[in-house]
Each structure stands twice: as C-alpha cells, then as structure tokens.
Design a protein around this ligand. Structure first.
Ligand code: KIV
Length: 264
C-alpha cells in the first residue's frame, strides 16, 4: 500500500548528492516491501542477494532473470513510494544489446521496476548509455561486484592501492557520463570511497564503504537480525527479528501442544 509521501524517482534521488543521506534497503516480497516503505526508505532494491537470503543459494551467480522478475513483481505490487530497483542478474548485462534491453524491458514492464541496477564499470558504459537512451534508469554498481565471485575467488575489499582507487574513480566517472542516476559502491576502503564520491556529481550509495558516501544500503535480513549464518563485519543489526520470530514460533508451538490454542 502506498504511503502518502511523494513517489521517489531517479530524478529526485539524483538531486540528493551531498544532501540528506539516501536510505536504501533490499526487499524480496510484498511484506518486506510494505514495512520498508512504511519506515520511509528511499530505495527498495530487489537485489540478487535474494539468492543467498530467501532462496538458499550459495551466491548470487545462480540467480536467474525469472527469479528477479518474480520477486520484483511481488515488491512492485505494493506500490511503494520508494523507488523500486531490480537487479540485472549474472551475465545478462554482457549479452548483445537487444537481449540486455529485453532483460530491462521484462524488469520494468512485466515486473514493474522503476529502475535497474547493473554491476559493472567503464567496460559496460557503452551498453548503459544505450539503455539510458532507451528510457531505462540505471543505478551503476561498482567496487566489489558479487556476481564476479567465481572469477575473483573470494569476496574482497577494493580501493586498497592507488591503482585500484584510480580504477574505481574511472569506473564511477564513466558510469556517470553515460547517465547512471546514482552509483552503488560495495566493499571499498572508506578513503577510496570518499575519493570516488568527490569525483562524481551523482549520489554514491555505499555498503561496507564507510560513512563518506551520499547514502547507505544494507541487505534487509542482515539489518533486521534475520540472517542465521555469516554476516559481514560492517553490518549493524538494527533489530533482532530472528529472536522475535523464534520466540513467537515457540509460543505457538507450546500453545498448540498444551491445547491452549485454539481457545474456545
Ligand atoms: O543484491 C544486493 O543485495 C546488492 C547489495 C549490494 C545491496 O546488490
């Protein structure tokens, strides 16, 4: 259900550079989207982290376009005031332009996303330029790109050397120059993130990139204390929903076992 705040758009978010920090969170279904929107977040990302979180997969690599379409549609049906962004899954952005455009067409027309997020740096800039030209708002994602994990061998921090930082700045400038309305910077040393942020006029939303960005994003299950396994060190738990779930289910179990539920 839409809140009564005005709908966030790529245009309004673009203007938040250096202003009120942008708050972004992932969500994968209608209930999560409902609470995220009610809390007043700016961006709901239907991330390919749906693989590791909701679907029990080991990484984001096996997440398919059909999966993202399915979950984005559930989020978009709640008509949130937040901007709904759908992740372009593994490899899709590297196909011929017609196929990339069709991927974005599905995410926007069939699933109802307001914008897409694409992992990639300057090498993807020509594709992104054509998408923007076709009317697809693109949130560029650089720094650690989890879809590259098989090639990288592990999840690692970026911006640790002057060369890596220079590449991050070059990627950010290239993505800005082709019309990305914002950038997402993942797992970047805070000093390097500050440099990247200062080098572009579009807002940079960070995750594991320190406090010098124009906003922050977290995976919802991590932020709410629902992730049962490993959680990255930079995450702060803003609620202990895991305990609330477990205690609620234990109460239900004992009420049924003790014949206290259903009551007459
Ligand atoms: O898929 C995802 O959840 C992401 C994170 C960086 C937020 O891309």
């Amino acid at each position: 259900m839409a809140t009564n705040r005005p709908k966030l758009t790529p245009h309004t978010l673009r203007q938040r550079k250096g202003g009120e920090p942008i708050v972004a969170i992932t969500a994968y279904d209608a209930i999560m989207a409902h609470y995220a929107d009610e809390a007043g977040v700016d961006i709901i990302l239907v991330g390919d982290s749906v693989g590791n979180t909701a679907l029990g997969l080991e990484s984001t690599v096996p997440v398919t376009l059909d999966m993202i379409v399915h979950h984005t549609a559930a989020v978009a049906r709640t008509s949130p005031s937040a901007l709904v962004v759908a992740d372009v899954p593994f490899a899709e952005a590297h196909f011929d332009f017609g196929d990339v455009l069709r991927t974005c067409q599905r995410l926007m027309q069939e699933a109802g996303a307001d914008a897409v997020k694409i992992e990639g740096g300057e090498t993807l800039a020509p594709t992104i330029a054509r998408l923007v030209d076709a009317g697809v708002p693109v949130w560029g994602h650089t720094g650690l790109m989890p879809q590259q994990v098989k090639q990288l061998g592990r999840y690692k921090k970026f911006g640790l050397t002057p060369k890596e930082t220079a590449q991050l700045v070059a990627d950010a400038k290239a993505l800005e120059s082709v019309g990305c309305f914002a950038l997402l910077l993942e797992m970047v040393k805070p000093a390097a993130a500050r440099e990247v942020s200062a080098a572009v006029e579009v807002p940079v939303v960070g995750i594991g990139a320190g406090g010098n960005c124009d906003g922050q994003i977290l995976v919802i299950t991590d932020a709410l204390g629902l992730t049962p396994g490993y959680v990255p060190g930079f995450v702060e738990k803003f609620a202990d929903a895991g305990t609330v779930f477990r205690e609620g289910l234990e109460s239900y179990k004992s009420a049924v076992r003790n014949r206290q539920y259903p009551r007459e």
